[in-house]
Design a protein around this ligand. Structure first.
Ligand SMILES: *Cc1c(COP(=O)(O)O)cnc(C)c1O
Length: 225
């Protein structure tokens, strides 16, 4: 099946309260244009440079969708990232949050929606804040004090496990963190997105409360790198 058909089928199959974010890494502008034409509203990019190239290629059409940064943001890329991304899903330190806050105004954006990325498997190789609730609450409170950031969600990758059922406990734990952060009702925050689940795991993630799944391979096919 083609890209548009895959997206259409998934959009029908996945409950309407769950947003589908299209994970675009490694795909061509033609492939991404096809999924936008098929109705995609949210595009996720891992790399600032790749997003910038796409954004320029698309011109006006780029404004028809929301752009999410779902890869690690290095401090020296913040200036380049801010004009492109509508949402930054990978905040894992106060240092990064502050770097964005300080540069927001210059970039012409008064408020940047951000999510906290939780490294729920506590894996040494992954980015994200450690899954200790007190640490995460502390970061959320700090973000709520930054005038140019709006905390709107929690994101996780979860460990790479072949059986999605094995991810369930990690998704449950992330959901609990999300609910607790949401229930704090911190000033200047609007925590309502739980971004978890990918091509192999989105069904389990939705059962565990995800309301944003990030999908690449089920839409575009296997990545050829
Ligand atoms: C690549 C990627 C995805 C999508 O992965 P698929 O297995 O292709 O669905 C989701 N989230 C992040 C952060 C990614 O890097």
């Amino acid at each position: 099946m083609g890209i548009a058909e895959n997206y259409g089928r998934l959009r029908k199959e996945i409950p309407s309260h769950v947003r589908i974010l299209v994970a675009a890494k490694g795909r061509t502008p033609q492939e991404i244009a096809e999924v936008i034409d098929a109705g995609a509203t949210d595009i996720g990019e891992n790399y600032v440079r790749e997003a910038q190239a796409l954004y320029n290629t698309f011109g006006k059409m780029a404004k028809n969708v929301r752009w999410h940064l779902i890869g690690r943001l290095q401090g020296n890329k913040v200036n380049k990232a801010l004009p492109i991304f509508d949402v930054i899903q990978t905040i894992d330190s106060l240092e990064l949050a502050k770097a964005i806050d300080q540069r927001a105004e210059k970039s012409g954006k008064s408020i940047i929606p951000v999510y906290i990325e939780v490294n729920v498997g506590a894996e040494a190789t992954k980015s994200g804040i450690q899954p200790e609730y007190e640490l995460i609450e502390c970061l959320a409170r700090e973000i709520s004090r930054l005038s140019h950031l709006s905390l709107e969600g929690v994101m996780t990758m979860g460990p790479m496990l072949s059986n999605p059922e094995e991810l369930r406990p990690y998704f449950k734990q992330t959901r609990m963190i999300f609910e607790r952060i949401k229930s704090l009702k911190l000033p200047n925050t609007n925590v309502n997105i739980l971004s978890m689940g990918m091509s192999d795991s989105y069904n389990v993630a939705i059962q565990e409360g995800s309301n944003m799944v990030r999908l690449g391979r089920v839409i575009f096919g296997e990545r050829v790198l």
